[in-house]
Design a protein around this ligand. Structure first.
Ligand code: 8X3
Length: 254
């Protein structure tokens, strides 16, 4: 087989943060990008800014994901989609197991694990057919180390990490490479705010005194590097943190 020459990507979670930064970076690198998220107004703005193609969908909705699959097929005709980047995800709550909110856990499983599953499953036939497929899943350092107050998010991210590992083994024979990018502390406009039920003060305290948390652009650079490598090179797992966060329990605040 000759090398992959198409650059047709689908990016979920594209309305803000790491997802939006990834769309910007891929577009700057010459990729064709379908940008997926629930909030259409933000996708339209991003499309005007970057030339991405907006598609409003909730990755937890099976109906939406079916519509997405059809849209991807229509939009990327021969040779079709080659790269799926699952960024939709997030955290809700910092409760202990003893005080955990089951609704929060359910939401986190829906968006991080089942959302990744649904979109991946829907696009895998096209990724296989292309001949040079790539799936990149954005997990987290929370997928590797449990921490107090992290249980629900840890459990969901460990689950998404496990899905990613199994997928890599299963898809190698179809020449689909499977990459995991696992960032630590990233200062985005919404991650901590969503996790802390919109409490701005508490959200700002997460990053307080940390000189340089990662930015969405830092992560987007790594994602674009990984998917831009020659297709036979598979960066299986990339753990990235700010220098100030040597481990989940060691965050230097000044
Ligand atoms: C976010 C990293 O440290 O909040 O995925 O779990 S952390």
């Amino acid at each position: 087989m000759s090398e992959n020459t198409s650059k047709n990507a689908v990016v979920t979670g594209a309305s803000s943060g790491i997802g939006a930064a990834t769309v910007r970076k891929l577009r700057a690198d010459g990729w064709n990008v379908i940008a997926v998220a629930r909030r259409e107004d933000r996708l339209v703005q991003l499309a005007q800014e970057t030339g991405s193609v907006p598609f409003a969908a909730d990755v937890t909705s099976s109906d939406d994901v079916q519509r997405l699959r059809d849209f991807v097929t229509d939009t990327f005709s021969e040779p079709g989609v080659d790269t799926l980047i699952n960024i939709a995800g997030g955290a809700r709550g910092v409760d202990s197991v003893a005080t955990s909110q089951v609704d929060d856990w359910e939401w986190m499983f829906q968006v991080n694990v089942l959302g990744t599953l649904k979109v991946t499953k829907a696009l895998l036939p096209a990724l296989r057919e292309h001949g040079f497929g790539t799936v990149l899943n954005l997990t987290s350092t929370a997928a590797y180390t449990a921490y107090e107050g992290g249980s629900g998010y840890n459990a969901a991210k460990f689950g998404q990490h496990a899905l990613t590992g199994a997928l890599r083994l299963e898809e190698a024979e179809h020449n689909v490479r499977v990459i995991e990018v696992a960032p630590g502390l990233v200062h985005t406009e919404e991650f901590a705010l969503n996790r802390l039920a919109g409490n701005q003060e508490a959200a700002e305290a997460v990053y307080q005194g940390v000189e340089k948390p990662l930015t969405p652009e830092d992560v987007a650079d790594v994602v674009s590097y990984a998917v831009g490598l020659p297709h036979h090179v598979n960066l299986d797992q990339i753990i990235m943190r700010p220098v100030a966060q040597a481990a989940a329990h060691k965050l230097i605040r000044k």
